[in-house]
Design a protein around this ligand. Structure first.
Ligand code: BDR
Ligand code: CA
Length: 307
């Protein structure tokens, strides 16, 4: 069983990523940290807490950075709804936040078991960049580091940039330059993970998970213009799926640099698949075995629905 700490900005696909992480028997979620992104930090934190309880998770939840390192914040309320889960409002929870800042939860959790805990980031990389700056040794301590972010062809927030990287390009630059191998699950991969009508028939029978979360969230998410034709892309769950079973994807080593200066290209993840081995800093999955991905998702959701 792999232990994992998840830094996220729920977010509809973040919510599904957490369900996958909790439901799959090969992962044990040891911490959840929230960052401002899709919606303001206040909502991503509250959603993290409520999702934790709704799914029956036990990991501590900590609040992180509410704005990017340098820039003004942007959000994706148009995709995820004003509060982040479409029109879904999960039951209130009495669970208290971990008193630590997310950055300290990340550092202390990894420090307690060097080489044993993996880190996944499915939102802007602000918390991770701050953690790297505060305690550079997390780069060695993290067993694996996987992000949903970036793209090697084109963006979604702008023609050049994917949302999570665009939201805090300076943080993303710190993270890619930190010295670890970043597994970059970008849009080229995640656009292969579509919750289309056929996929959604498999969620019937999942009880409250289906009726109170999956169906209303996916109905809302699927109304976003980019997702109407092929179904919504469940980006963030792909990062979790990689950690569970990397054989679901073909991956290519590369050098990734983040554009922070470009007038039209800020937030672009410039990906060089021809970089010499010593220059590589990333592993970039390119193809997804969609059949096995949805099998994994459906099985994990079944476990969550019963717990
Ligand atoms: C990413 O941006 C967010 O809106 C999603 O939650 C995902 O993490 C996709 O570009
Ligand atoms: Ca996200």
């Amino acid at each position: 069983v792999k232990e994992v700490l998840i830094d996220c900005d729920p977010g509809i696909d973040d919510a599904l990523a957490l369900a996958l992480a909790h439901g799959d028997p090969r992962l044990n979620v040891v911490g959840i940290t929230a960052v401002g992104g899709n919606v303001p930090l206040e909502f991503t934190t509250e959603n993290s807490l409520r999702l934790r309880d709704f799914y029956g998770m036990t990991a501590p939840v900590a609040r992180g950075a509410g704005r990017p390192l340098v820039r003004e914040g942007i959000n994706a309320g148009n995709v995820h709804g004003v509060m982040g889960l479409g029109e879904v409002v999960l039951p209130e929870t009495a669970t208290e936040l971990d008193p630590r800042h997310a950055v300290d939860l990340i550092i202390e959790t990894l420090a307690a078991a060097p080489g044993e805990i993996s880190l996944i980031a499915t939102g802007p990389l602000t918390n991770i960049a701050l953690a790297v700056r505060k305690e550079p040794r997390i780069v060695e301590w993290a067993a694996e580091f996987v992000i949903m972010g970036g793209a090697y062809t084109r963006g979604n927030r702008t023609p050049a940039a994917e949302f999570n990287v665009m939201a805090d390009p300076e943080a993303a630059a710190v993270v890619f330059e930190a010295g670890w191998t970043t597994v970059m699950i970008g849009l080229d991969l995640t656009h292969q993970a579509r919750a289309n009508a056929e996929v959604r028939t498999r969620f019937a029978g999942l009880g409250r998970l289906e009726s109170e979360l999956l169906t209303p969230c996916l109905d809302f998410y699927g109304r976003f213009p980019d997702y109407r034709e092929l179904g919504p892309a469940i980006h963030d769950a792909c990062a979790v799926a990689y950690l569970i079973d990397p054989t679901l994807m073909d991956a290519v080593p590369a050098r990734v640099d983040v554009e922070t200066q470009g007038r039209y290209t800020s937030g672009m993840t410039v990906t060089d698949f021809q970089a010499p081995p010593e220059a590589r800093n990333a592993l970039v999955p390119t193809t997804l075995d969609q059949g096995r991905f949805w099998d994994l998702m459906t099985e994990a959701f079944g476990v969550v629905a019963k717990s």
